[in-house]
Design a binder for this molecule. Structure first.
Ligand code: IFM
Length: 437
């Protein structure tokens, strides 16, 4: 690596991230069905109809995975808690094995000197709650707060940090307007409701965790740097609207008590009743803000219904996801989020990394280059004053990449999905050396 731990301030948290459905093996341990199981079981939604029933079998291989984290020299590990593993029906009676599992995980991390960074919800909604409308139902904020209470009563005394929801844009827009993720809806009213309820859910979950005394609470949003596809006014307007929906809607709700006006031009007629009164709930004071960053997009106007924009291919080198590699965007967002929204609040890069068609026996130099370029971008932002306190690599290990199944490999550790054998990649060894230095 071109960076070393010694270049970072004392206490800076180097972390790796995963999420529950992507690694645990949802078929084990008494977890209830989720909308990802049913989405994946419906032809055409997921490559080869793959699902998270086995995934990396982390449920049974937790100790091996914890040892690998320790070998990497991580300061922290960002994981999520599966709602349906803890509450198989989404509400009601907890699954004792599920609570025990997260208890063991947190203790296993602490025993190895690794700080547990918890995210309550990383996308696998219990099917029983999906049946009730899921993120379209305003009651979901209460359901999420109740789940927060159940899981944090068990582990909240020992987590380093907690955030309610991973990537609200994916939960709401990607899943209810674009239809790419569960529940696979393509409906503007469903999307408008989900966009708002993901934030009321965040607010109520923060309240519930504060009431229990859980410390160090934050929010995790994802960001894409937006380039207009050309230099016309139409492309500029299309890009501005894309940026509003993707990058400014959730931060606006969380930190400014308002949504971007150009986004509301399309969404206002479809919003849930009384949405304007929810900003006090949404804007709970936070201790930090997390940024997930991977790529940039080129946006062009498209004739047709609002929002009337679409992506066009760009010229930069791309990852296995077809995503352009644009580290400058990370530097931009770390500075912009701080100056425009969070104003001195600690920031964390809560995800960044690349998918590559890795094999266990070949060095993943492309990932080493990607990580170097993005960490360097973060260092430039820090030099310019961004209060960055930690950097999280996505992902600890190859895992279930949602609708794209198991072939997109983001891991520092290779997983053979036939044998479930873990093999640290060259990037793992390079990062371990950088963190030991
Ligand atoms: O795998 C996902 C993760 O679940 C959320 N952030 C982006 C990653 C890569 O697509």
């Amino acid at each position: 690596m071109t960076f070393k731990r010694s270049e970072f301030p004392k206490g800076f948290q180097f972390a790796a991230a995963t999420s529950s459905y992507q690694i645990e093996g949802h078929g084990h341990g008494g977890a209830g069905p989720t909308h990802w199981d049913t989405f994946a079981a419906t032809p055409g939604n997921v490559v080869r109809a793959e699902n998270g029933a086995i995934a990396c079998d982390h449920y049974h291989r937790m100790d091996e995975d914890l040892d690998l984290m320790q070998g990497l020299g991580l300061d922290a590990y960002r994981f999520s808690t599966s709602w349906a593993r803890v509450l198989p029906e989404g509400r009601g009676t907890p699954n004792a094995d599920g609570l025990d599992f997260y208890d063991r995980l947190v203790d296993g991390l602490l025993k190895r000197g690794i700080n547990p960074m918890a995210t309550l919800y990383h996308w696998e909604l219990p099917a029983a709650l999906a049946d009730l409308g899921g993120w379209r139902n305003p009651d979901i904020s209460h359901w999420l707060a109740d789940f927060a209470t159940v899981i944090m009563r068990r582990i909240g005394d020992r987590v380093y940090s907690a955030a309610p929801i991973n990537e609200p844009w994916c939960v709401a827009w990607l899943s209810h307007f674009m239809g790419h993720h569960a529940p696979g809806l393509r409906d503007i009213r469903a999307a408008a409701h989900a966009m708002h309820h993901v934030l009321t859910g965040h607010g109520r979950a923060v309240q519930a965790m504060r009431a229990l005394g859980v410390k160090n609470l934050g929010a995790v949003c994802n960001f894409e740097y937006v380039h207009p596809a050309d230099d016309t006014a139409e492309a500029a307007a299309a890009a501005r609207l894309y940026d509003g929906i993707y990058n400014r809607f959730f931060l606006g709700g969380l930190f400014k008590g308002a949504y971007p006006p150009e986004v509301m031009e399309g969404l206002a007629p479809h919003m849930p009743k009384g949405w304007q009164d929810d900003f006090d709930l949404i804007g709970q004071p936070l201790d930090w803000c997390g940024l997930n960053y991977y790529t940039c997009k080129r946006i062009a106007p498209v004739k047709g219904a609002w929002p009337g924009h679409g992506e066009v291919p760009g010229p930069l080198p791309k990852t296995q996801m077809g995503w352009e590699i644009y580290p400058e965007g990370l530097e931009y967002f770390l500075k912009w989020v701080d100056t425009e929204y969070t104003k001195g609040l600690p920031l964390y890069v809560t995800e960044s990394g690349m998918a590559n068609a890795d094999r266990a026996d070949q060095p993943d130099q492309a990932r080493i280059d990607y990580l170097n370029a993005h960490v360097a971008a973060a260092q430039r932002a820090m030099a310019a004053g961004a209060p960055l306190k930690g950097y999280t690599f996505w992902s600890l290990m190859d895992n279930y990449e949602w609708a794209l199944g198991y072939e997109k490999r983001f891991g520092l550790i290779h997983v053979d999905f036939e044998t479930l054998k873990r093999t640290p990649k060259a990037s793992y060894h390079a990062l371990a050396a950088a963190l030991a230095s």
